[in-house]
Each structure stands twice: as C-alpha cells, then as structure tokens.
Write a protein that binds this ligand. Structure first.
Ligand code: SF4
Ligand code: SF4
Length: 187
C-alpha cells in the first residue's frame, strides 16, 4: 500500500511550482529515517549493498530521546543506540531520486516514512502534517521545506485527497512504521 502514488499529479507539479520536492535537500538537511526493514526491502529489490544508499547520523542520547518523544511512531527505534539511519544524498537529492521523474523505487519498496510523508502522528495521538503551511506559494518557495499538497489544501481531507488516500490508509501505514521502528530497536 502506498500513500503517495508514484509521481501523482501534485508530486509531479511540486518541483516546478516550489523549486524542489521533498526528495531534494539543502545543505545540512537530512532525508527520511530508515528502519532495518526498509533497508532489507530496498537491498533485495535493487541488489545494492546498504552502504550504497544508507547514511548513519550519530545523535546524542538526549537528541534520540527527543526524536522518539516528538515522533511516537518511532518509539523504541533508538533502543540499541542513538544512531539514525537515513537515505544517502547525492548531488543534493536522495540517491534514488531521478530528476524530473521523482522516486526511482516502486511504491511498495520505498521507505515507509517516504510513503507516509507528509502525514505525521503527533505525541497526543492525532494525525496532521509534518510541514507548516505558508499560505502563499511565493513564500513557500522562498521558505523551503514546503509541500505543495499542504499549500494548496484547505483542510486535512483535501490533503488526503491530493494523495488519493484515506485516513484509514494513513493509519495502517503508521501502524506498519511503528511496528518496523520497534523491531529496528530490538535488533
Ligand atoms: S526513497 Fe524515493 S521517495 Fe524516499 S526520499 Fe528517496 S527518492 Fe524520495
Ligand atoms: S513535498 Fe509534498 S507535494 Fe511535494 S513531492 Fe513531497 S509529498 Fe509531493
């Protein structure tokens, strides 16, 4: 199950309207957090060794604890140590990003965090979106880290509809992420 259809209409327009998609980063920015399950799925599909697409980010114990507190779907992820696995970056974008085409991985092989983006479960259990809304496309372009679907939508239901998904589908994907993040921490 994929929340974002491969290169759905809004994701295809995003780099044109905002100048970059969520698969491209600025200096100092990082991409989605990977679980061991994500790494195994991608390695099995691509035949690549994990060192070709995984980067390790070393956090302090406090940063790791804060990460889990802010993102309850990752509870238990850092149980074996404060190391976050994330996607490697090449030329300012994820190694799997294909300029003008989007993600080169099939929907069901992509990291679960990528499939879930921009939806996020907050510490109080509610669902919302990770990115703030600028309310103005020029400001969103200048501010960076914006999502076109969020900018164009007037409500959570409209964001869901921009990705042709439902609250139930997002909930199921969140449950998968929580399960795989917990398993990651157990080793
Ligand atoms: S794996 Fe695909 S969706 Fe995720 S950041 Fe890389 S290119 Fe984007
Ligand atoms: S930022 Fe939002 S609209 Fe843009 S590519 Fe990512 S999910 Fe799609």
């Amino acid at each position: 199950m994929s929340v974002k259809p491969p290169m759905g209409p809004v994701c295809a327009r995003c780099p044109v309207v905002l100048g970059a998609s969520c698969c491209e980063v600025k200096e100092g920015e990082q991409l989605a957090t990977l679980t061991r399950s994500d790494v195994e799925r991608i390695a099995a599909h691509t035949g690549l060794a994990p060192r070709r697409f995984v980067t390790e980010e070393y956090l302090t114990e406090e940063e790791a604890a804060g990460y889990e507190t802010r993102r309850p779907l990752y509870r238990g992820y850092f149980r074996r140590g404060p190391v976050r696995l994330t996607l490697a970056i090449r030329a300012g974008a994820c190694v799997f990003h294909e300029k003008g085409r989007g993600c080169g991985l099939p929907g069901d092989v992509r990291p679960v965090a990528c499939r879930l983006y921009p939806f996020e479960r907050w510490p109080d259990g509610s669902w919302s979106v990770q990115v703030g809304r600028y309310g103005d496309l020029a400001e969103a372009r200048a501010g960076g880290s914006a999502c076109l679907a969020v900018e164009e939508a007037g409500s959570m239901d409209e964001v869901l509809s921009a990705f042709a998904t439902t609250r139930e589908a997002v909930e199921r994907l969140g449950a998968l992420l929580a399960e795989e993040a917990g398993a990651h921490g157990r080793g």
